[in-house]
Design a protein around this ligand. Structure first.
Ligand code: UDP
Length: 139
């Protein structure tokens, strides 16, 4: 069922701004079922592991500092065509380029503090979900 699931985080800026409820409501209204949900936080080291693919990029250090700066909400979501449909719902990485009505357009404050994460492939959705949730928590 991996192709019907994706993984998301509500990032520290959106949690701090009190937008957990509004963002979760948008996700549910778009037809996603919440399979797993956890209010937690990343250490800088864990953030570095999660974003290891970006370790050579100039923004990596700042990104790890930011992602470990406060609590996050991790979720596994289920819907037909979940990965692509969720990317559409959240909008472009840079909120200045995000389409009207997308989560990032509405809630992101910068290209770094961009409110939410969304997996970019079925394989990564599975890897990222398992980064936060045990097998039992993913039922
Ligand atoms: N990011 C950043 N500066 C950039 C590009 C990305 O700080 O120039 C951050 C941003 O928080 C983004 C994350 O790194 O969400 C991962 O980047 P990616 O290119 O994978 O974007 P996404 O898939 O999250 O849209």
């Amino acid at each position: 069922m991996a192709e019907n699931r994706t993984f998301t985080m509500i990032k520290p800026d959106a949690v701090e701004a009190g937008n957990i409820g509004a963002i979760t409501k948008m996700i549910e209204n778009a037809g996603f079922k919440i399979v797993s949900m956890k209010y937690t936080r990343l250490t800088k080291q864990r953030a570095g592991q999660f974003y290891a693919v970006h370790r050579e990029r100039p923004f990596y250090e700042d990104l790890c500092d930011y992602m470990s700066s406060g609590p996050i909400v991790a979720m596994i979501l289920e819907k037909n065509n979940a990965v692509a449909d969720f990317r559409t719902l959240i909008g472009a990485t840079n909120p200045a380029e995000a389409a009207e009505g997308t989560i990032r357009k509405l809630f992101a404050t910068s290209i770094e503090a961009n409110a939410v994460h969304g997996s970019d492939s079925d394989d990564n959705a599975k890897i990222e979900g398992s980064f936060f949730f045990s097998d039992l928590e993913q039922y």
